[in-house]
Design a protein around this ligand. Sequence first.
Ligand code: SF4
Length: 697
Amino acid sequence: MLQTPPPSSPGKAPPASTTVRGACPHDCPDTCALLTTVEDGVAVRVQGNPAHAQTGGTLCTKVSRYTERTYHGERVLTPLRRVGPKGLGKFEPVSWDAALSDIAGRLQTIAARNPQAIVPYSYAGTMGLVQGESMAARFFNRLGASLLDRTICASAGGEGLVQTLGGKVGMKVEQFAHAKLILIWGSNSIGSNLHFWRYAQEAKRQGARLVCIDPRKTETADKCHEHIALMPGTDAALALALMHELIVHDWLDHDYIERHTLGWADLKARALLWPPARAAAVCGVPAAQIEQLARDYGTTRPAAIRLNYGMQRVRGGGNAARAIACLPALVGAWRHPAGGVLLSSSGQFPVDRAALQRPELLAGRQPRTLNMSTIGNDLLRESSTEFGPKIEALLVYNSNPVAVAPESGRVVRGFEREDLFTVVLEHFLTDTADHADYVLPATTQLEHWDVHTSYGHTDVLLNRPAIAPLGQALPNTQIFRELAARMGFDEPCFADSDEALCRAAFGERVDFAGLLAEGFATLPLADAPFADGGFPTPSGRCEFVSARLEAMGLDGLPDHVPNYELAGSSAAYPLAMISPPARNFLNSSFVNVKSLRDIEGEPLLEIHADDAAARGITSGSLVTVFNQRGRYRCKARVSERARPGVVNGLGVWWRKLGLDGSNVNELTSQLLTDLGRGPVFYDCLVEVALAPATVPA
Ligand code: SF4
């Protein structure tokens, strides 16, 4: 049921309509510019801003339903205090004053013992710099709470990029429109990078060849000229075999390699260990397909690679990103604006994080850092010299770890601890909020200020509030200001307004008056950023060999690092599982928007016809997917979207909206990637059986 917007008074003139400029807050590379139409204080429509070239007036289906989400009948609009057992979601409304005073008192008591027993937990529920880590970071820094390693999505690939190119930098997304060959690698762009797909389509119309490299035959693969359905976790092997072919056929740009790269002789020796036949056996694709891809990549100019984060959610994810990021330098693709690679553009933005987060509030303290990807284990740990104090309090904002963190059986056990004090800032009673002692109502993007970078383009966007906060909802910033006041934190920085925080994010480096006037600003960057080298690495070159990795005792060269759970290594769990997002969800956001959930139907496992037949499974069968960590139930769909030996468990459903209160993360592990300490969601072996089934304990 939707919240009923206040009606216009009968007999009055039609409501004045205004349009407010904003930015999409969601974890998506596109960071669209929004136009919200407001009538009588009610947001009636959210559309893409046609003046913003990257948005082009078009939003995805999810966010075009943003008013449905904002006025959702299940919005949390008052502070709530738990009245039932943890996990049942039973609460009573309380006043802000009662909630904040009690929370502050509880935190002060814990902090008096050891502030590091208090842990923030947040990620990209909003990508905004202000409602993300600004006032919240100030609060936790002043408190001396544990720090959080925010690794859950992109840290392996990000680190791979940093070690190779020097930062999260790459091609300008609009330049893909002019490429003649585009490798769409580990990305279902139609579902998760729609505005890049628009440029790829433009290139296709101009004669470009599109190749999709992905274990799943995605909607994007359907529209490409070729699909290479490699096994999960074998991307580095494919990249090394491509290098092998570039070398033996001399499809190399020797001048570019000589002048702008580091470690060529070593990389060449490594790549020559990977003839296509070897990679074909590892990747599960024909050698001829690898040879043809290398020929296309080595002989087509300009050639561009759109890499996305799916491929780095395996043990060797960092190395895979490194190997792929080496390819453009080998063929001199960077010489052309439409050549190179783009994984993330976020390193291009001159964000003044110190101004937002005020690390000086730590006053010389150096709290421990906990990895958000292992929260399941960490919540169950006792105090020790190695770990530090047991976690006594968790403040969750912009995240839903009970649904999205790996090995959720252990995550749930941790959140169920009666001696854990949990506060959740949220819009809805998510799986995580159901475990909270207090749920505090947070504003949505239509109700607060924010400023945004992007990881898919290079524009800064400003988000103005379009409507007043619903109910008693408050921006995250204000909730942390109020808590700070009750904790006695009286530093002047806790009085900064949200608009002041928006200004502080870039200081003089972005014209704030322009942002206020237009809603967005394009960074002044070169079209071909590395045509003459100048990579932001220590050497200024594309670093095939990383001295920094070697100094850490790691392999300085990229290599294929096999999965922890290697396909074929377990008789009990013979299928590899990946868990890409369902098209109409964005991580766990939007799962409770009925119109979108209706499109998705129910939790689904895609399985190849051969694997299904071997288990007596047909489309629509209720199945149990299980491994040594847990099990979940869902419907099977026999589909060519799954390659033989790999099943696709589409995510991320809220546990309570799934079957039997479970979701796909029951099965994923808490092991970490080779670089960046990221999770390995797609490095996961399972078995599938018709349900009900006798599942080995
Ligand atoms: S989720 Fe992505 S495509 Fe959809 S509106 Fe937001 S930024 Fe644009």
